[in-house]
Ligand binder design. Structure first.
Ligand SMILES: CC(C)(COP(=O)(O)OP(=O)(O)OC[C@H]1O[C@@H](n2cnc3c(N)ncnc32)[C@H](O)[C@@H]1OP(=O)(O)O)[C@@H](O)C(=O)NCCC(=O)NCCS
Length: 176
């Protein structure tokens, strides 16, 4: 295990962000396909800022949206982890949010489920008795399927998203 490793599963390593990850994140997780329900692809500058934010969150809270890496070849797969929402206008402000993003050429191999299951196990020890939330676009069927498979259930809260078209984010929750 390297020092940055947070947890390992049968096939995956969940770890802190390293400088080289900016490039991999931009290359693999910023396509139209991956970003379809997330406001579309970001610029390189935005990606850099996003990664810096995840790193700062780790320093401040001891957890973040961590990198998910495949063990055998160290391929960058995406991220999975937990952040504390910091959006004054959101009903979830201050609450814990679980998030996931996997590169499209590696979808449907159970990687997101494997990573998220390990993250939830981690949270059961490190953030006991918390409630985890996930905000998911109403048409993002894969992400909703994953949330349900993890035992999350839809909550009453619905968030309006600041998008050109009228879209709601469905909120899922899981009590640890
Ligand atoms: C959501 C996402 C992380 C799933 O990653 P993945 O590694 O392909 O997921 P898994 O293979 O672990 O699948 C777990 C479950 O998710 C659901 N799922 C995944 N892809 C699906 C699809 N195309 N259609 C329907 N359900 C799907 C299923 O319930 C699946 O369980 P099953 O295999 O027993 O049917 C991936 O599609 C992704 O990164 N999407 C783009 C980013 C994104 O939208 N993130 C979420 C923002 S809220």
């Amino acid at each position: 295990m390297t020092r940055s490793t947070i947890l390992t599963t049968r096939r995956l390593r969940v770890r802190n962000w390293l400088p080289a990850d900016v490039e991999a994140f931009h290359e693999h997780c910023n396509s139209e396909e991956v970003m379809k329900y997330l406001d579309g692809p970001s610029t390189k500058r935005e990606i850099r800022r996003e990664v810096a934010w995840y790193q700062q969150h780790q320093t401040r809270h001891g957890h973040t949206f961590w990198v998910v890496e495949r063990k055998w070849d160290r391929a960058f797969l995406g991220f999975c982890g937990i952040i504390r929402v910091s959006e004054r206008q959101s009903p979830l402000d201050g609450k814990l949010e679980i998030g996931w993003r996997i590169r499209a050429d590696k979808w449907r191999r159970g990687y997101a489920f494997e990573a998220a299951t390990a993250v939830i196990d981690w949270a059961e020890w490190e953030l006991p008795s918390s409630i985890l939330y996930a905000r998911i676009h109403q048409r993002n069927v894969p992400s909703q399927g994953l949330a349900r498979k993890l035992g999350m259930r839809r909550a009453r809260v619905i968030e309006a998203q600041q998008l050109p078209r009228e879209v709601s984010l469905w909120v899922f929750r899981l009590r640890l």
